[in-house]
Write a protein that binds this ligand. Structure first.
Ligand code: PLP
Length: 384
């Protein structure tokens, strides 16, 4: 095992950042690069935050977070997905899903433990496993299979050191939504090998062709799964830094134990705003989702008309077209597209080796800009 300070200093700067830096120097860039809603937080949520500030809710909350928020999270998980969690012992509020991921890995892993991570995946998964002293063992998913997780591929990566499997669905960067059957098979595999499952469900409300499956609702997974959720994406609350963990009581308790020393609590004002988000902002969320869906259809159709093959993204707000027909690798494609046409996308290889041959385009961007971006991508492809 490498010492942790060496792991940290060997961690490369995010491959996404580099493109932001180039784009920041340019005029007239259409950015499809950021994984962030282009909506401002709905007004009634902001108003709740303002009210909280005006009325002096500026203190710490309990370490696990406001009871009202935990109750709402658990009751909505039950209503939406039939996932049962006790608000007072199996749920805690975190500083975004980012903290939830870090906590889950820290409480579950011992030094050298392996975590199987299907890729292409969110850029933070591998570094966070390493920062928790673990070793990420990535396994490929294939775009020909809609990036569904293949249980046999995961099974083949299991060793005596394997401790957990970490998945995200709906997924960044592919937009793939894991079918219930794949999750069921994964749960059974984990049960057979006594592994934990960490399920990043931050995009749960952003599905377009069907209902999201919460891994915690699958009986074979329930007692070994940490579900991570949050408010950054569906409620457009990235800057409020609020999320949650739902997990079986012994794991949730360990998470609170670490969190009470590292974070103390998630921001009080943000927790109150999140209560409002779950109480009265459902229509806002539905309207934003409907808008993403409209953009998704227009953008994917447009990309296909340029000649790029683009699997249909069923969730999140990313398209992940294949750029193989261009003859360029994904870094070169993204760099040239940015410099020659002023369109910022993220090369697929930053999300893992199976992302090579693709670029990630966020359609959390206004429709006219998406249409312009498609025209520019078309011009770029014709110029090759
Ligand atoms: N998980 C995934 C898959 C993400 O795409 C992101 C942000 O892009 C996060 C977690 C981070 O979420 P948060 O803002 O709640 O920390």
């Amino acid at each position: 095992m490498k010492p942790l300070n060496e792991v940290i200093s060997a961690c490369p700067p995010s491959g996404i950042r580099r493109f932001f830096d180039i784009a920041a120097e340019m005029d007239d860039v259409i950015s499809l690069g950021v994984g962030e809603p282009d909506f401002v937080t709905p007004w009634r949520i902001r108003e709740a935050g303002i009210y909280a500030l005006e009325h002096g809710y500026t203190t710490y909350t309990s370490n696990a977070g406001l009871p009202a928020l935990r109750m709402l999270i658990c009751s909505q998980l039950q209503e939406r997905y039939a996932a049962e969690y006790a608000w007072d012992s199996e749920c805690l509020i975190t500083t975004g899903v980012s903290e939830g991921l870090d906590l889950a890995l820290r409480v579950l892993l011992n030094p050298g433990d392996e975590v199987i991570v299907p890729e292409p995946c969110y850029v933070a998964y591998e570094p966070c496993v390493a920062f928790a002293g673990g070793v990420a063992v990535t396994v490929p998913t294939r775009w020909e299979d809609g990036f569904a997780i293949d249980v046999d591929t995961v099974a083949a990566a299991i060793t005596p050191r394997t401790k957990a499997i970490l998945i995200g669905s709906p997924a960044n960067p592919t937009g793939a939504v894991q079918p219930r059957a794949a999750l069921q098979a994964l749960a059974e595999l984990a049960a057979r090998h006594d592994l934990y499952l960490i399920s990043d469900e931050i995009y749960d409300r952003l599905t377009y062709n069907g209902v999201h499956t919460c891994l915690g609702a699958i009986p074979a997974a329930r007692e070994r799964t940490v579900v991570l959720g949050g408010f950054s994406k569906a409620q457009a609350m990235t800057g409020w830094r609020v999320g949650w963990i739902c997990a079986p009581q012994p794991i949730a308790e360990l998470c609170v134990r670490v969190h009470q020393y590292t974070m103390l609590c998630a921001p009080h004002v943000s927790q109150l705003a999140a209560v409002e988000a779950l109480t009265s902002a459902n229509t806002d969320v539905e309207e934003m989702v409907a808008d993403y869906d409209r953009r998704r259809r227009v953008f994917v159709k447009g990309l296909r008309e340029t000649g790029l093959e683009c699997p249909e993204p069923e969730g999140a707000f990313y398209a992940f077209p294949s750029i193989r027909s261009s003859g360029l690798d994904s870094e070169t494609f993204a760099e040239r597209l940015l410099k020659e046409q002023g369109v910022a996308v993220v090369p697929g290889n930053v999300f893992g080796p199976s992302g090579e041959g693709h670029v990630r385009c966020s359609y959390a961007t206004a429709l006219p800009l998406l249409e312009q971006a498609v025209d520019r991508i078309g011009d770029f492809l014709r110029s090759l």
